[in-house]
Ligand binder design. Structure first.
Ligand code: SF4
Ligand code: SF4
Length: 319
């Protein structure tokens, strides 16, 4: 597994980053035994980078995995806290729950926030800077789906790491296009920011085009780590094989089996707007009432992914 430096942070990580969202209670909800086994398998296979968040509620799974393999990977987390005290509680919670003396990377969790996010959440951002100065966090940054926020982060000296979204289809990119997101990421890299990418598989809807999706971003950004959500040891093994294979070996790999996967609405993200109900060409999505989270019928779902791009909140994911 290739190791890459995250900008000027001095933090060295594996090219494959373990994305902890899908295994947690918001999506697949693996139990302690199977969840920690999945993470441990990735760590034993050469992954040394885990991305999580306060919102994902996966700290206990990660801690159990670290105890299983007795390794200390680089851990990035994030919080949606709006003010100083809330962010401080989030940092303390991460330190305590993960059982570590220092956090490697901590972001403003700002998926859909506008370009003024650093002003709107000034207290939370100041807290991260103070925690970095106090030695509680090595590097601070922002996770975002929004092109102007990536551009803004490139110009801010105090930002160490940026975690933007990119896939060849543009699924989930806000206030911009694939081209403008690529340009913004390039500006971050030119400014010495550490960058790693999320949603290369479009939240799961590009899993049938796994090789094309990864080849696309790796060609554009060969030295940028990629966060990939994993919920089974079979998925870990496939990703490990892909990220350690030669070009010829990769070409000979069978496609990633996607039969067991399904689309699901992430309740905490969904705003109950109902847009997805009309967007599904197969009538697979229903909403019992205006204040209810829509439900996707797996018997009717064709796994086309159309609803993923239509959802303004990026609340529909494949798990
Ligand atoms: S479009 Fe997205 S936010 Fe709106 S109801 Fe559907 S899943 Fe929820
Ligand atoms: S993936 Fe396609 S078929 Fe399935 S719910 Fe979404 S739009 Fe409907």
């Amino acid at each position: 597994m290739r190791r890459l430096l995250l900008g000027k942070s001095g933090i060295e990580v594996s090219e494959l980053c373990f994305g902890a969202l899908p295994m947690g209670p918001l999506q697949k909800d693996l139990d302690m035994e199977s969840g920690s086994a999945v993470i441990a398998r990735a760590l034993e296979g050469g992954v040394n980078f885990i991305d999580t968040a306060q919102l994902y509620r996966t700290y206990s799974l990660i801690r159990a995995a670290l105890e299983r393999v007795d390794r200390r990977p680089v851990i990035a987390s994030k919080s949606t806290a709006a003010d100083y005290d809330g962010m401080r509680r989030a940092v303390d919670e991460a330190l305590e729950a993960l059982g570590v003396g220092r956090l490697d990377i901590f972001h403003l969790h700002a998926a859909r926030a506008d370009v003024d996010v650093f002003e709107r959440r000034r207290g939370a951002w100041q807290c991260l800077l103070d925690c970095r100065a106090a030695g509680l966090i090595r590097a601070v940054g922002i996770s975002t789906h929004t092109v102007p926020v990536v551009e803004r982060a490139a110009a801010m000296a105090e930002v160490d790491v940026v975690f933007p979204l990119l896939n060849f289809q543009g699924t989930g990119i806000l206030q911009g296009t694939v081209a403008t997101m690529i340009a913004a990421i390039r500006r971050c890299l030119a400014a010495g920011k550490g960058v790693y990418l999320m949603k290369v598989l479009g939240g799961g809807c590009l899993v049938g085009e796994y090789h094309r999706a990864f080849a696309y971003v790796r060609r554009l950004f060969p030295d940028v780590p990629l966060a990939v959500g994993m919920v089974s040891e079979a998925e870990v093994d496939y990703n490990l094989a892909y990220f350690t294979a030669s070009e010829a070996e990769r070409a000979a790999m069978p496609p990633l089996p996607a039969a067991a996967k399904r689309f699901q609405v992430v309740a905490v993200v969904c705003q109950r707007c109902g847009t997805c109900v009309g967007a599904c060409p197969n009538g697979a999505i229903s909403q019992a009432a205006a204040d209810q989270v829509p439900v996707i019928d797996p018997q009717l779902c064709l796994r086309c992914g159309y609803c993923v791009g239509e959802c303004p909140e990026f609340a529909i994911r494949m798990v």
